[in-house]
Design a protein around this ligand. Structure first.
Ligand code: GCU
Length: 616
């Protein structure tokens, strides 16, 4: 038995038996085991109404609660009621919920060899040694975690599809169907990442989307796939990105490429999720004109309205690549006639590898405020899960998975503070003071991480490839399009109309906000502007002094957080992981502080006004 559910469902004690095959039966089982522990005098009645789909309604009369909903809605309602009761929330007498988005997806980046691309919680829960290898009990536990926060799609393999993962939709279909059956009782459907050039493994000498043999191959393959798994959610595709094959090879655009696959999936109700992470990864660093964040917009926006209705374009939250601070991707604001999904990254690739504490809810809230919840019709997030004893690597990384579920259910009801508070209550049951301490640490963690890493929207000062720890020039002379162009006088890139023009990709309000020094947020200053070190910020500090201050403060936060955590009564197993990782975070933060400060000190020659140590 794995106790992965301890991270917000600790009132459960038993695994869901394999014999239960419907969401309604799971809901009854969970309520039966939990209620005696959390609310012994309450009774809960389930009332099926399929017209409500995934939604549910909860009515309370005295000690009786009635949950009405479609089959999966009943399960979602049951988890919400259990969590509310356990957290001591007062249930409203009558309230109804519907998910904001139809697809609430987790994308595993798991490889068949058991490795996880950007995985920080151990090896794959699905694969090992080039084949499926999983613990069905643990997968059922994962399905339970997903359902408890309303997540309903799991893409099981890496977007970079490498041999033998293409077999998932070929001779591995029987095993894929077994995994689908594990998730089905929890309302979770599987999705598969596919290799765009897959027909070329079968004697076809092209993957041109307009080629009839290619089309026929996919049509037939979709028939085979859906015969095995009739409720598969669809395919996920990374094409023409970072050396993956795609339609560009054949002079076709991405509507032509995506639509070919979408038409093959359509008869079976499948979705084609097409990623927009497309840019030139072989740029010459001397090239001052090409600006990587502009790429997705250039490749996709002119195609708005040309995609089949079962195509969903999946766009990363920011135009670069999950950096610590990015403005919302302008592509998401410019395609009103296209189905869009926003893609987040729970895996802490650039945000501390689940060693450093980094709660993401604040970022989501800010991005969604600029985006508007109706601009997208789905959400996706790269998973932060793995085979470690703590499935999230770091116990506190659980809050990101939990919060992401609530966000994709209803972004208007997932305020950072509420999510952190509810998660802390459910997971640890601390007294009020300790709970405040923990919630405070979670909510401040992102700002602190931001302070001790690359300053004010600069991005990419990170160790190449590994993406943990500082390397200010690590990406500066490489081909990835990731430059800060620090000199002895100034740093940053002018992305306004006078510079690369990136800011012009936004609607007027955001364009103006980011283009003007009066209104551009400090945290994005160097993303949008090139500034001298002696530039005076709104608060009167020079830019260089702000950089120094942030780095010293970020590190000091870590020292203070370590002290607070030492005193926090967490369960022993979690405490050991938390403290061990905190030691590494402190080392990391110290390194970032001194490397970044020294880097700018050496360029600028400016002393720290407070006389703290800088290194020549
Ligand atoms: C980043 C990440 C890669 C990943 C890619 C993607 O570049 O470092 O490992 O494959 O994003 O999102 O496709």
């Amino acid at each position: 038995m794995h106790t992965d559910f301890r991270y917000w469902l600790p009132f459960l004690t038993e695994d869901v038996p394999a014999a239960l095959t419907t969401p309604e039966s799971v809901a009854r089982f969970e309520l039966k085991q939990a209620l005696p522990r959390i609310a012994p005098d309450m009774s809960v009645t389930l009332c099926r109404d399929d017209s409500m789909g995934e939604g549910f309604r909860v009515c309370r009369q005295g000690n009786t609660i009635t949950i009405t909903g479609g089959e999966v809605g009943l399960l979602y309602g049951a988890y919400r009621v259990m969590m509310a009761l356990y957290a001591g929330e007062k249930l409203p007498a009558d309230h109804a919920q519907q998910p904001k988005y139809a697809l609430r997806m987790i994308d595993n980046w798991d490889n068949a060899d058991g490795d996880i691309e950007r995985g920080y919680s151990g090896r794959s829960l699905m694969f090992e040694g080039g084949r499926f290898d999983y613990d069905p009990i643990r997968l059922r536990g994962l399905a339970r975690l997903m359902a408890s926060v309303g997540l309903n799609v799991l893409c099981i393999n890496n977007v970079n599809v490498r041999n033998p993962a293409h077999r998932l939709i070929e001779d591995w279909l029987p095993q894929l169907a077994e995994v689908a059956a594990i998730f089905r009782p929890f309302g979770v459907r599987l999705m598969v990442s596919i290799d765009y050039a897959q027909p070329m493994r079968h004697g076809i000498d092209t993957a041109d989307p307009l080629n009839e043999r290619v089309q026929a191959w996919w049509n037939e393959q979709c028939r085979v796939v859906y015969a095995a798994i009739p409720d598969l959610a669809g395919f996920l595709v990374k094409a023409d990105s970072e050396h993956r094959p795609g339609p560009f090879t054949y002079g076709r655009n991405h509507a032509e490429g995506a639509n070919m696959l979408a038409r093959a999936l359509k008869p079976f109700g499948g979705n084609l999720v097409w990623r927009c992470f497309v840019y030139n990864c072989q740029q010459d660093w001397r090239d001052q004109v090409t600006d990587r964040p502009m790429a997705a917009y250039q490749h996709y926006v002119y195609l708005d309205g040309q995609f089949e209705d079962n195509v969903i374009l999946q766009v990363k939250n920011g135009p670069f690549d999950f950096q610590v601070r990015e403005p919302v991707s302008p592509t998401l604001l410019a395609m009103p006639e296209t189905n869009l999904a926003i893609e987040w990254q729970l895996a802490q690739e650039y945000t501390g590898h689940q060693i450093d504490i980094y709660a993401m809810m604040g970022m989501w809230q800010e991005v969604m405020a600029d985006l508007g919840a109706d601009k997208v019709m789905a959400m996706a997030a790269v998973s932060n899960l793995g085979r470690d004893e703590c499935i999230f690597g770091h116990p506190f990384a659980a809050v990101n998975f939990f919060g992401y579920g609530l966000l994709s259910w209803d972004p208007d009801n997932a305020a950072a503070g509420d999510v952190a508070r509810l998660w802390a209550k459910l997971t640890y049951r601390l007294d009020a003071k300790d709970e405040d301490t923990l919630v405070g640490i979670l909510l401040e963690s992102r700002g602190a991480y931001e302070k001790y890493t690359a300053p004010l929207g600069v991005c990419w000062m990170v160790v190449p490839h590994e993406h943990y720890g500082p390397s200010p020039d690590g990406y500066e002379y490489q081909a990835w399009g990731t430059y800060h162009r620090a000199s002895r006088d100034a740093v940053g890139i002018d992305r306004t109309a006078k510079g690369t023009g990136y800011a012009e990709q936004y609607p007027a309000e955001l364009r103006d906000r980011y283009s003007s020094l009066e209104t551009c947020p400090d945290e994005l200053l160097l993303w949008f502007q090139r500034q001298r070190y002696d530039y005076v910020m709104r608060d009167g500090r020079t830019l260089i002094q702000r950089i120094y201050d942030d780095h010293f403060e970020g590190y000091e936060w870590v020292e203070a957080a370590e002290k607070k955590l030492t005193a926090l009564p967490l369960p022993e197993a979690d405490k050991a992981i938390v403290m061990e990782r905190m030691t590494r975070q402190k080392k990391n933060a110290r390194e970032w502080r001194d490397v970044i400060n020294s880097f700018f000190y050496r360029f600028s020659g400016a002393e720290d006004e407070k006389g703290r140590p800088l290194y020549l």
